[in-house]
Design a protein around this ligand. Structure first.
Ligand SMILES: [Fe+2]
Length: 315
């Protein structure tokens, strides 16, 4: 059980986008439920809290806030840190619970930290085996069922979110100083990846340079590289053709397939990410730009790191 974990990302969307958003998230393998008031909640199977929440009724899609769950002790530590560093405590936005801690990073990214237990365990799956030279592990059977018999891909849980920020350093410093998160890897001023001290996947929160804040992607764990590929393939067949994948990231090592959401941001299927159980044993690297994107795979769409939320506000 982690002391701190990413619970969900909240995105504000116009009422006109409710239907297309619901169809998109369901196609991706998630459950869409009407929440309280103007809220639409997006769940993984078997996880008792939403992984994405949509607040409807805004003029344009934009990042609303990021919610982190923390143990009582960790929440208290975060509050003490925030107060000692003169971070202003914010009021809960209208319609959201006062409980917990509402704080903004220096760039305006709003966080809500609440006391919560990360006690939803993802069911284990059989180890993914391949036959490789000298290692015949899968004997007397094929790798997959026929295409027509393959089950739908159902994401297991939310893994991480990539947030746009005008200043990667100060957004990174904030989560390091206030939340106690640790830098996993970075590439110059362009992107930084953080994990939770005490053990988490390679990245839980990541920050990418832009002209303003915004939501870039939320990433969902699936069981195997095949599920990453099948998920992407099925979304393509359903008409979600703007995508990036199948590939493997160099930073974090995960297999990936991203699918554009109705607003030009992304959801990602991923598996086999590096796991950092001991921050002091992990060597954080500075990655040159040419190595930072991926180890292999197609090139992303040209506007893959374009922050449409900024463009909207500038118009
Ligand atoms: Fe990702």
């Amino acid at each position: 059980m982690s002391d701190l974990f990413l619970k969900h990302v909240v995105i504000a969307i116009p009422n006109a986008d409710i239907e297309s958003a619901s169809i998109f998230y369901q196609a991706f393998g998630l459950n869409v439920r009407q929440g309280t008031g103007p809220m639409i909640d997006i769940y993984c199977d078997n996880i008792g809290y939403p992984s994405i929440r949509l607040v409807t009724g805004t003029e344009h899609k934009k990042l609303h806030h990021v919610q982190m769950g923390a143990t009582a002790t960790t929440l208290k530590k975060i509050k003490t840190k925030a107060q000692s560093q003169q971070v202003r405590l914010e009021q809960a936005p209208q319609g959201f619970e006062d409980e917990g801690l509402w704080i903004k990073d220096p760039n305006g990214i709003l966080y809500h930290i609440i006391e919560a237990k990360d006690d939803y365990k993802v069911s284990p799956v059989p180890a993914f085996t391949i036959n490789s030279p000298g290692n015949d592990n899968r004997l007397n059977k094929g790798a997959l069922d026929p295409k027509s018999a393959l089950p739908a891909v159902r994401p297991r849980r939310l893994g991480h979110a990539l947030i746009f920020t005008p200043d990667v350093d100060s957004s990174l410093n904030f989560v390091e100083q206030i939340f106690g998160m640790r830098l996993s890897d970075r590439s110059g001023e362009v992107v930084a990846f953080t994990h939770c001290e005490g053990g988490s996947e390679h990245h839980v929160l990541a920050f990418a340079k832009s002209e303003g804040i915004g939501f870039h992607h939320a990433s969902f764990l699936v069981a195997t590289p095949d599920e990453v590929g099948i998920g992407g393939d099925r979304m393509f067949q359903k008409g979600y053709t703007k995508a990036w994948g199948f590939g493997r990231h160099s930073i974090g090592s995960n297999f990936f397939h991203y699918v554009a959401d109705p607003w030009g941001s992304y959801l990602e299927y991923y598996c086999d990410m590096d796991y950092i159980s001991d921050s002091d044993s992990w060597e954080s690297k500075e990655w040159p730009a040419e190595d930072a994107l991926h180890s292999w795979g197609p090139l992303p769409p040209q506007d893959f790191v374009h922050n449409y939320e900024v463009e909207i506000f500038n118009n």
